[in-house]
Write a protein that binds this ligand. Structure first.
Ligand code: GLU
Length: 513
């Protein structure tokens, strides 16, 4: 194949679903791997479904994950305009070519006539009405009517649509890069509308014409478009481009985390995870939601996760940067069957990125969260904090949720271990521990640890009776990084104050039992 020219062709009908981002990612990977072009085309011919702001959202989302188009609206390129609404004249011309070559026809049926045909079909026991080669003979169109009648209707400005004249008794086959050979019987296909009454093309016509004019040679898209492809093949043939069709690759569906079926836009709200890259403010509450970004994901982790939703390298390696994906990705390792959306796996990927991240970089990402909670730590403090916490969080907001006690007083002491381990008559002993810690001159984790160990031995209390008291006294919880590191970072004074407060609280907790 020549250098791949691969397009991402979303319709601006709302926020871009995470499945769309996966398609864009695969487009991008193939284009970059072989030195081709990643083209963004906005398919906005359906005015009834157009949503303002959606195009901007699509671009922001692609840029957030690092998939910057080489060509597209606002990105330049030699094959524009890249917004279909700006290409109406082109589609008109091509629709006329189809009429002239006898591959399409005018259909004058009114909405009432179509409704009647539908009702008659259902009454006759059919599932639905199909405007196909049989119906074509009975309906009012330029195939069934005489040339003179047609001329008159056109002269009278009678509203019409243009339909594709699907041939009968043909097997339409094409080789899909992922599915293999796919075959359709033309008798199953309807005469799809190519040009609507308002003079706008349908998806099928605009999509095929643009792919051709934009020299697209590889079409990667979701599985839901597979059933449209035979019509597209017919269009390529009708225009005389049948020998130069792009290669098709239909990606496996993204499935719900549990149970059956396709992951839907509503599943995000239902299961409490993001299904969109960025947040979206829709007209209603129901249509507004947080995206992966708001949940605290690193875009590089999102890319890594999406790459694996359908593809796998066939090795043990799971962590891939975008550059490594460009090098390693291939369509022949994309699976045929649906890929389950595993949110836990998405978080796992994010955690791997957090662990691998430089503490300085992490501190920059975490700072806004800490500041939103009213604290302005020094850079040094924040970097050390990130270093201690990063193995214990999966998403950015957890740095605060799980580590707030580095910045402010403990909200709540974990009760169970205290009720079990705290004995008021040991308080004097623990005061000794507090003093010993307070006397460490070089206030470092190692030195603190030495002092605590010495206390454990001398007091003969054992680690099991000392550490929970110390840990909960200083951080409120049994979970977290090394207690010696926590103490070293929050500092001598703060530790001493916290322990006094804690011992009082422990006495009270015991008294309340
Ligand atoms: N406009 C279609 C969509 O919204 C494009 C499908 C295709 O890539 O052909 O997904």
């Amino acid at each position: 194949m020549d250098k791949p020219r691969v397009r991402f062709a979303p319709s601006p009908t709302g926020a871009l679903h995470i499945g769309g981002v996966r398609t864009a990612l695969y487009d991008y990977l193939i284009a970059k791997q072989k030195g081709g072009a990643f083209v963004l085309r906005i398919e906005d011919t359906d005015q009834t479904r157009y949503v303002p702001g959606a195009e901007e959202y699509i671009k922001e989302a692609l840029e957030w994950v690092g998939l910057v188009p080489d060509e597209g609206p606002g990105y330049g390129g030699d094959y524009g305009p890249y917004r279909q609404s700006e290409r109406k004249a082109i589609y008109k011309e091509y629709a006329q070519k189809l009429i002239a070559s006898g591959n399409a026809y005018y259909a004058f049926d009114t909405p009432e006539e179509l409704t009647a045909a539908r009702e008659a079909a259902v009454a006759a026991g059919n599932h639905s009405f199909k405007y196909d080669s049989t119906a074509r003979q009975k309906m009012r169109n330029s195939v069934s009517l005489s040339a003179a009648e047609v001329e008159q209707l056109l002269a009278d400005n009678t509203p019409y649509v243009i339909r594709l004249k699907v041939p009968t008794d043909e097997t339409i086959s094409f080789n899909d890069e992922i599915k293999g050979m796919v075959k359709f019987n033309s008798n199953e296909l309807d005469d799809k509308v190519m040009m609507k009454g308002d003079g706008m093309p349908t998806y099928h016509l605009a999509n095929v014409v643009d792919d051709r004019l934009m020299k697209i040679n590889l079409v990667i898209r979701g599985d839901e478009w597979l059933s449209s492809t035979p019509h597209h093949v017919l269009l390529y043939r009708a225009f005389g481009w049948g020998d130069e069709m792009p290669v098709f690759a239909h990606l496996p569906l993204i499935l719900k985390p549990k149970g059956k079926g396709k992951l839907s836009k509503r599943d995000g709200a239902k299961f409490g995870f993001p299904v969109f890259p960025l947040g979206w403010k829709g007209a209603t509450e129901e249509d507004s939601f947080d995206g992966f970004k708001d949940f605290g994901f690193d875009p590089a982790a999102v890319v890594n996760f999406l790459a694996f939703l359908g593809w796998n390298p066939g090795t043990e390696q799971e962590i891939f940067s975008l550059e490594e994906l460009v090098e390693n990705f291939s369509l022949d390792k994309v699976g045929k069957s649906g890929a389950r959306f595993d949110y836990e796996k998405a978080k796992w990927f994010n955690q791997q990125y957090l662990i691998a991240a430089d503490n300085g970089v992490l501190a920059k990402m975490v700072r806004p969260i800490i500041e939103a909670n009213g604290h302005t730590p020094s850079q040094v403090f924040l970097e050390q904090f990130c270093g201690l916490m990063k193995e214990r969080v999966m998403l950015l907001p957890e740095f605060w949720e799980k580590g707030y006690y580095f910045f402010e007083n403990i909200k709540e002491y974990e009760g169970k271990p205290i009720r079990k381990k705290w004995k008021p008559d040991r308080r004097a002993k623990f005061e000794t521990l507090r003093n010993a810690i307070n006397e460490v001159t070089d206030f470092k984790a190692d030195n603190i640890e030495t002092v605590v160990k010495a206390f454990v031995e001398e007091s003969e209390l054992g680690f099991g009776n000392v550490l929970p008291i110390l840990r909960i006294g200083v951080s409120g919880t049994m979970k977290g990084p090394s207690i010696y590191e926590i103490i070293a970072l929050i500092g001598k004074e703060e530790t001493a104050t916290r322990l006094v407060t804690a011992f009082d609280a422990f006495d009270a907790m015991k008294a309340a039992v």
